[in-house]
Design a protein around this ligand. Sequence first.
Ligand code: HAM
Length: 434
Amino acid sequence: MEEIKNVKGTHDVFGDENNAYEKVESLMKSIAEIYAYKGVRPPVLEYNSVFVRGVGESSDVVRKEMYTFADKGGRDLTLRPEFTAGIMRLAIQNKLYATNELPLKLYYLGPVFRYERPQLGRYRQFNQFGVESIGHNSPMNDVEVIVLAYTILSSLGLENVKIKINTLGDEASRNAYRTALKEYFAKYIGNMCVDCKSRFELNPLRILDCKVPEDRPVIDGAPKIGAYLSKESKERFDAVLEALESLQIPYEIDQGLVRGLDYYSETVFEFHYKSAKGNDYGAIGAGGHYGSLMKELGGPDLPGVGFSFGIERVVSVLSDNNLLNDIAYELDAYIMPLDKSLDLYAQEVAVILRNSGGYKVDVCFDNVKLGNMFKRATNKNAKYAIIIGEDEAKAESVVLKDLASQEQITVKIEDLVDKLDELYETSYPEEEDK
Ligand code: HAM
């Protein structure tokens, strides 16, 4: 029989890698909470139109990368290729903008799907964590989301993250810039790649994103957005940069940064990090301001700003840089009944330790030899072994052995949680809050 494998571009996460995902994701969520963002869970499936209208018809994501299909009822559905458009749909449909003070501050985490060519750091199903701050136009909201993203990365141990930042200006600025680009590229477009040819028609700004090496010299010589910015857009961008400077968030202006999704206006940014192993996974996170996405999707005329991290890329960078040291699976205690007849007693001890003590424990129900059980305890990184023989069961007690010091004592079952608390306090003071 042919071996059943995972779908191309997807990946399984298990073992220590799963612990790394948990650690990274819970840190991201807890920092977003500190910044007063609230969690939301939009569905993975949306009507196709959410992304066609939201992300935009000139983006590669909509043109080439969406998992779109008709369901059995003939509905045109898409597995979300990103969160932002779906979050806007959620906010509009549930009128969150009307029932909450603005900005509405939301965070999210989950899988997204893009039909891209799989390569280093590029999957067809991957996970994003992100935030959106919706409905308030101050440049301070742009600053807040950048500081939040930067704080998350430095809390994970990633120092010297490169923040590339640019402005795409307001609509008037972008229209003026598009006209200038069209005029410039008209002379060269005949010799550029097929994608650039269609970008030239749909949205010449997109050409700046082209990765084909032969096209780069022409693109590098193109006019820069700076010269086409309206006074308001320039002032807005300056306010963002000034705030980043005074908050000591390092950045680098990159006038070629246009982002791959159509909804952006004003501030856009990306987070880049070359890992210690020299691997470049592409941007580990990115985002920006969007002036009219909500309106495009049939909602009120409210702006927003946000970013998303690619969890796979963040975990890869952390792993390359040996920043995932404390993720190994650990047990507080491994319970070892010495005979099958003692299994139920062992189960009761486990329930007491888990439910009353909050300790992470496992039980060996295999009735293998004691030496083998100790080996298993070591493999599971258990701190304590709890050994139960017939005598202990009769006396309603257990033998508690510290696997580091090899010291052991007999403890009455009703004193077990207190005793373990006490031992933890002296041996593992940093884990005292157990
Ligand atoms: P994006 O730049 O398309 O932006 O994706 C954000 C992040 O997702 C990227 O920086 C990268 O880390 C990760 N990513 C993208 N494609 C892949 C892939 N094929 N495999 C692995 N990771 C990938 C957005 O999605 C916007 N919604 C961000 C945003 C939020 N803008 C405003 N609010």
